[in-house]
Each structure stands twice: as C-alpha cells, then as structure tokens.
Design a protein around this ligand. Structure first.
Ligand code: HEC
Length: 125
C-alpha cells in the first residue's frame, strides 16, 4: 500500500511539474519554428544594418557598389527593398541573383528578419 501511495505521489509530482511548461514550446516563443530566432523587434539600425554589414557591405559599400547596389546605407537598402531585388536575392528565388554572391545563403532567421522589415514598409528606424 505504501508503495502504491508513493508511486501516486511521484506521478502526481511529475504531472504538477510538467503542465507549467505547456506553453513554452518553440512555436509560441519563436516566430520561426525550429530556430531560436527572435524577430519581435526588427529595426533598420539594430537588425538590418548589422546583417548587411556582416554579409553584404564588403561588395556593396558606397565606394564599391557592385551591380550599382549599395547595402551599406539606408537609402541604398530602400532602393532594393522597393524594387523587390532584396528579397528575391537573399531568398535565392529562381528569378533572383543569389546573394551573398559566391557565399552561402543567409540563415532562415536572418532572411525572416529581412522579410519582416520589408513587410513593415522598410522603416528607417
Ligand atoms: C562577394 C561579393 C558580393 C557579396 C558578399 C554580395 N553581393 Fe550582391 N552583388 C555582387 C555583384 C558582383 C553583383 C552584380 C550582379 C552580378 O554580378 O551578379 C551583385 C548584385 C546584387 C543585387 C542586384 C542584382 C539583381 O538582383 O538585379 C542585389 C539586390 C544584391 N547584390 C544584394 C546583395 C545582398 C543583400 C547581399 C548580402 C546578403 C549581397 N548582395 C552580397 C556581389 C556581392
């Protein structure tokens, strides 16, 4: 009898412990399933500019401007955001010119942040 009672107690403890984690799954916490990606506060200065600086500006600074494209400045980004090339190229769409050229595709997280910034209307914030 004691054994059964303690088993029930142990089982009960587990049931009490686990429901508290019920909503803490990735889908609720992170907008991009499967990745630890926080895209809640996407801004030009804090999110987009650093991604460009790490992946694009080496070929798209104001001085170099490969293909006439500048990713180093807000105004340059506004041009490729508005003409659709930014998304086509970073998502490696078949109708795009895959960027970063000769490199590997940006992470799904970074792509998602760029997409979000475009959808927000490419704010200069
Ligand atoms: C290693 C150099 C290099 C890097 C890094 C690079 N690009 Fe490019 N990019 C080029 C060159 C060169 C062109 C000119 C077109 C061509 O040769 O494909 C170009 C063209 C483009 C164009 C215009 C092409 C079109 O679709 O009409 C866009 C937009 C662009 N790049 C965006 C980016 C973005 C965004 C990144 C970073 C994720 C990036 N590039 C990283 C070299 C680079």
């Amino acid at each position: 009898m004691r054994k059964i009672l303690s088993s029930i107690f142990i089982l009960g403890s587990f049931l009490l412990l686990f429901p508290s984690c019920y909503n803490d799954n990735e889908y609720d916490l992170y907008p991009f399933p499967g990745t630890k990606c926080d895209s809640t506060n996407v801004t030009y200065s804090q999110t987009i500019a650093p991604i460009m600086s790490a992946n694009c500006n080496v070929c798209h600074s104001s001085a170099i401007a490969s293909g006439g494209v500048v990713t180093e400045t807000y105004n340059g980004m506004l041009v490729i955001s508005n003409n659709g090339r930014l998304w086509l190229d970073v998502s490696w769409a078949s109708s795009g010119d895959p960027m970063p050229k000769g490199g590997s595709k940006l992470s799904a997280c970074d792509q998602g942040k760029i997409k979000k910034w475009i959808n927000l209307g490419s704010p200069n914030n």
